[in-house]
Design a binder for this molecule. Structure first.
Ligand SMILES: [Zn+2]
Length: 198
């Protein structure tokens, strides 16, 4: 039942009940401590009374309000609708994490608004890829793999089971992989590491 139908039910129901009790709008207003204009507005659908007020009116007229929740779709179709097909995303810039059903390689981060959100699974693959780059390049100023392990324990916790992956990861855009790698480099330069936090 939509809002209009429910409102209409209150209007019609209240008006009929009041008339069947031979109570004027003035009298009803007096009984519930309101004014005639407000009662008239409810009966004409102009005002949207609170549940408590409707209940108060009903009690004054010695009636009961009955509300039914009628299911408008089958249990199966409802369950299908509720099935969660979202997956976890993470922003490679601000590290914000969220759930989304969007199926794209790179999505906008709802926190920093930049186009640098990737699926968390891809993010893990990215670290895997980064490690592969580092191994491949063996290059400074990138930190040696051993120091990444000690400085970035979280990263290594994340990829502990997938060391030595392939690069480039076909699912991961190269610019995102490079961005993550750059973060590792910058953090290494500052000597901060990730402190073991996520
Ligand atoms: Zn962000």
């Amino acid at each position: 039942m939509d809002e209009i139908k429910l409102k209409n039910k209150i209007q019609v129901g209240l008006t009929q009940l009041r008339k069947s009790r031979n109570v004027t709008q003035d009298k009803l207003a007096e009984m519930v401590g309101s004014n005639r204009v407000f009662i008239a507005k409810i009966e004409s659908g102009v005002s949207n009374p609170s549940y408590d007020f409707v209940d108060k009116i009903a009690k004054a007229l010695e009636a009961e309000v009955e509300i039914n929740f009628k299911q408008s779709s089958s249990q199966e179709s409802f369950a299908a609708k509720m099935q969660d097909n979202r997956k976890e995303y993470i922003c490679v810039g601000c590290s914000h994490k969220w759930m989304s059903a969007i199926e794209r390689n790179v999505v906008q981060c709802p926190s920093c608004r930049k186009l640098q959100g990737i699926s968390y699974a891809d993010y893990l693959d990215a670290w895997n890829s980064c490690e592969a780059i580092i191994l491949k390049m063996k290059a400074s100023p990138l930190p040696p793999i051993r120091s990444i392990k000690s400085e970035f324990p979280t990263i290594f916790k994340l990829i502990s089971k997938s060391a030595g992956g392939t690069f480039p990861n076909p699912k991961l855009p190269l610019n995102i992989a490079m961005k993550i790698l750059e973060q590792v480099r910058q953090k290494h330069e500052r000597g901060g590491g990730d402190g073991g936090k996520e």
